[in-house]
Design a protein around this ligand. Structure first.
Ligand SMILES: [Zn+2]
Length: 434
């Protein structure tokens, strides 16, 4: 029922023709909003004047700043009576950005998530424990509606309260979890402390990991510890939230639903399209949204598009896992790097525990990077020699990945701040006075 074979395996030409047709509709819809009404007039854009995907280049990019400038209703393309819900991004500074949805938008979104879940093998017989935050954030409620649409039994657990999560899993025999990767690591540790063996004592077989870019190594740790298959999910609130791209059972890249979104990959500096398969910033256009169509939104997320077709038979293009956000990029001693590169190294070392923190300071006009690494209990209480050796290994591997030599502090298990939401991995003290 959610395997829409015809659409998901459509030939490329046919899919692109469908995109142009939907884009014209989306432009007509967007033109009803104050912002796009003005822009289209200035640029001489009409739905009929867009006849190929290349014509998309005539439409100016949308950015988070532009969304803020037009806050709250500048991009709304329907009357207030037609709006049924809003979501807001989790911005910590300045005005938030808000996305408005009609009833059809919510239904479309739920359908996309149901399609993602079905693709990985979730069925109506599954019990879905949703350990994501509900509320203005899109992650929890997005999956909630998608799983209900699919017919699964949904437990709206929300994040945190580990004991209660375990109780729910045991009582109702949850089979599928939706969880933030950093919370999953914390959760795994709690299971170990309580001597609960997820393979024997729980029924979970699958986990969806979302809301935070994470490395392949983190996925493997979660899979090994819980005895599940874990799938990577990608979305952004400006494009509804989750449901934009999702892994199929090949677990190698995430299919972007190209009958709902147009994907472009651009060089973040020149804003020109990158060559096929090269890394760039993902740019998305909504094709079906009524309440607030958004064209050419710069996500700030960096990834590559796969050039090879997927073995699953779906023709919608795949993206790699997110390498980082242009916002998250750290420049330390003049070298560019992303926190996820550091995570990848740490999590590939078995003695490393589940938590780490990157601290940046500036002393005597020089950048200093300290990586605080929790290590497993036995190693921590073990011999000094072993600790020294471990520290050296971590430093060496980090140096070959990020090209600078950080200071590494090995710390006790549980000594770094825990998170039940998105983890704060980087503490940058370089811009403070004193
Ligand atoms: Zn596939």
């Amino acid at each position: 029922m959610y395997w829409d074979k015809e659409t998901e395996t459509m030939g490329r030409d046919e899919l692109e023709a469908l995109q142009v047709q939907l884009l014209q509709k989306s432009i007509r819809q967007a033109g009803s909003s104050p912002y796009y009404g003005r822009i289209f007039k200035e640029e001489g854009i009409t739905p009929e004047s867009i006849t190929t995907l290349d014509d998309l280049g005539r439409i100016p990019f949308m950015t988070k700043d532009l969304l803020r400038d037009n806050y709250p209703y500048g991009l709304v393309a329907v009357s207030k009576e037609q709006l049924v819900r809003l979501h807001s991004s989790s911005g910590t500074t300045g005005r938030p950005t808000v996305i408005f949805h009609t009833g059809n938008d919510i239904a479309e979104w739920a359908g996309l998530i149901a399609r993602c879940m079905y693709m990985t093998g979730v069925r109506a017989s599954d019990v879905f424990q949703n350990m994501m935050g509900y509320g203005l954030f899109t992650g929890g409620i997005g999956f909630h509606y998608g799983a209900e649409r699919l017919g699964a039994l949904v437990i709206p657990a929300g994040p945190g309260n580990t004991q209660r999560q375990i109780m729910l899993m045991q009582e109702f025999e949850s089979t599928v979890l939706h969880i933030i990767p950093s919370y999953a690591l914390h959760f795994i540790k709690s299971l170990q402390e309580l001597h609960i063996d997820p393979r024997k004592d729980l029924h979970i077989r699958m986990a969806f990991l979302g809301a935070e870019p994470h490395s392949e190594e983190i996925r493997q740790r979660i899979e090994d510890a819980l005895g599940v298959t874990a799938y990577n999910s990608y979305g952004l609130s400006e494009m509804n939230g989750p449901g934009v791209a999702f892994e199929c059972t090949e677990k190698d890249g995430m299919h972007v639903w190209e009958d709902s979104y147009i994907l472009e990959v651009v060089n973040p500096d020149t804003l020109k399209p990158v060559k096929d398969g090269e890394e760039g910033e993902l740019v998305f256009t909504t094709l079906k949204r009524e309440g607030m169509p958004i064209l050419r939104y710069r996500s700030k997320d960096l990834a590559c598009v796969y050039t090879e077709p997927c073995a699953c038979g779906r023709t919608h293009r795949k993206i790699t896992r997110i390498k980082g956000r242009t916002d998250d990029m750290l420049i330390v001693k003049g070298v560019n790097m992303y926190p996820v590169q550091i995570e990848k190294v740490l999590m590939s070392i078995p003695e490393v525990g589940s938590n780490y923190q990157i601290v940046l300071d500036r002393k005597d006009f020089n950048d200093h990077m300290t990586v605080k690494v929790e290590i497993s209990g036995e190693v921590f209480t073990g011999e000094m020699q072993q600790l020294d050796h471990l520290k050296k290994t971590i430093i060496e591997r980090l140096r070959s990945e990020i090209l600078i030599t950080p200071k590494v502090d090995l710390v006790e298990p549980d000594s770094l701040p825990k998170s039940e939401g998105k983890a704060v991995r980087v503490i940058d003290n370089r811009h403070q006075w004193g």
